[in-house]
Design a protein around this ligand. Sequence first.
Ligand SMILES: [Fe+2]
Ligand SMILES: [Fe+2]
Length: 319
Amino acid sequence: MKSRFYRPLSIACISPAYFPDICLFVKNNGNYILYKNHDRKFTEADRHRLERTNTEFLYVRSGDMDVVTEYLEQNLDTLLARTDIDSGAKGTILYQTAANYVTDVFDEPDKTADIIRCRSLIRHLMKYVAGHEDALKALQSITSQNYYIFTHSVQMAALMMLVHDRLFEISHDEMIDVGIGSLLHDVGLVFLSGDLLNKPDALAAIEYHKVKQHARKGYEHLKSAGTLGEVSLTIVRHHHEKFDGSGYPSGLKGDDIPRSAQLAALCDTYCAMTTERPKHNALPKSEALRIMGEEVGSTFSPELFKRFEAIVTGRAETA
Ligand SMILES: [Fe+2]
Ligand SMILES: [Fe+2]
């Protein structure tokens, strides 16, 4: 299936000196047109030309994603340390690397066992979220209709770490676990049907209608991989529990729902509503919070919702 599909790659991620020799494409009226062949180097002149036409993404054959992901992960330190790249572009690079990781895991779920990659990504993401005022905004502005589920996972991980950081004194290791669990929270979707990944609309609809098995299936898969911490597993397993006990998979109620899972439900819903999805426009922050507010007491804990709202509206620095 791989070679038939194209994946977006932000131009910010292409560092001419190290970028692998692969073909790059531009998208025009739904068609992918060759921009450069594998034997021609991408140059700074290419970047300027594309910037002038406001082209943010080029496309890569999905069969080439392995080398792109390897390139990004190996050069992430260097790319994020560069002083000639602004904070927004660094967010894009980080987002793209993390989204590639999630894509990879959806393609080959066995890769979740390779937790070292994920841990290193989450560390970078954490540093970025902590060090950049507008990190969330930068990460949320990156939307890619066809790749909703991957974008969503990265945004959710960033928001979860921010919220945990503001609300609780948790250890560095626990924070990493929060990030990993959030990045992988919907991984169970991959087990619902082999064709789902080729149908981005279906994926989004499934997420929206909360197909119930993905939480349990994701949890069972990751648990059997044996490399994830308890907090990560809890987030994956219980992110669809509801405060009144009507959620799934366990129908846990009130504060029997682990704290990280209650926050996962808040961040998951908020990220989904405020992001452009196939067939759903992104809602403004205030409107998303208003709708979520109607579910306080049924879906969400009143106390946690209040604190969550204060953080995303910027009314609370610390709780
Ligand atoms: Fe989910
Ligand atoms: Fe989700």
